[in-house]
Ligand binder design. Sequence first.
Ligand SMILES: Cc1cc2nc3c(=O)[nH]c(=O)nc-3n(C[C@H](O)[C@H](O)[C@H](O)COP(=O)(O)OP(=O)(O)OC[C@H]3O[C@@H](n4cnc5c(N)ncnc54)[C@H](O)[C@@H]3O)c2cc1C
Length: 215
Amino acid sequence: MPVDGVEFYIREGRDVLVFPTHDGQTCVWVGRSSDEWPDYRANVEARYLGGLDEATRARLDAGRRMSPFRGTHKLPNHFRQCHGEGWALVGDAAYHRDPLTGMGIGDAFLGAELLACALDTGLADNLSEALADYERTLAEKTSAAFDYTLQAASLKDPAALVPLYARIASRPELTQQLMNVLAGSAPARSLFNARNVASLMRGGDLQMPAVALRQ
Ligand SMILES: Cc1cc2nc3c(=O)[nH]c(=O)nc-3n(C[C@H](O)[C@H](O)[C@H](O)COP(=O)(O)OP(=O)(O)OC[C@H]3O[C@@H](n4cnc5c(N)ncnc54)[C@H](O)[C@@H]3O)c2cc1C
């Protein structure tokens, strides 16, 4: 199934992601609300195909399936206590959120970097204080994206957000900033803060830092 770039569709109760993967193949993801899991699991193919819009379904039908279906609903949303006497957690073990926003890998690297810095400082001075600081900083740097992920993953009717995303899509620099947020290289609040959202809904201009790297 040919694909040009990445396609992402959010519909009420489901999300569809189409993207290129290895060996020239295309991955087509159909996610549904977690309360639908028993039904999805019992009727995988029908529920999967039924989640596609007509045009995507037609493209899929013209392609060839290369692998079995894979799925999971073990996708908790939580922060854990991530340090103690002689141990510390990073990545999904420390902080797990629904993969819909695709931020887990960037956040795992962020956590690893913060923990490495905390160990460097703590081993020379006060380790438990440095690790407590690590846990606090990780939560501070990820909580806005966590909240955004929870909202997006609730798969509520997206109609109210369509004007906002349409405006983002109409401006390449805003689209780039949204991609930066989703890639974890810019803080979620650099785009989704109260002033920007109000301005986007009105069709006005935004105040954004030229380069807003996550620091
Ligand atoms: C369907 C799906 C799609 C996703 N899409 C994206 C995406 O597009 N972009 C993105 O950034 N993130 C995505 N994520 C999230 C991303 O995969 C995770 O956030 C990331 O892999 C976390 O890395 P990690 O190293 O913390 O954990 P993991 O990658 O889970 O690595 C942990 C490793 O530890 C091993 N292990 C566990 N227990 C033991 C043990 N007792 N002894 C030895 N080894 C053990 C496991 O086998 C595993 O290999 C997605 C996740 C899912 C489920």
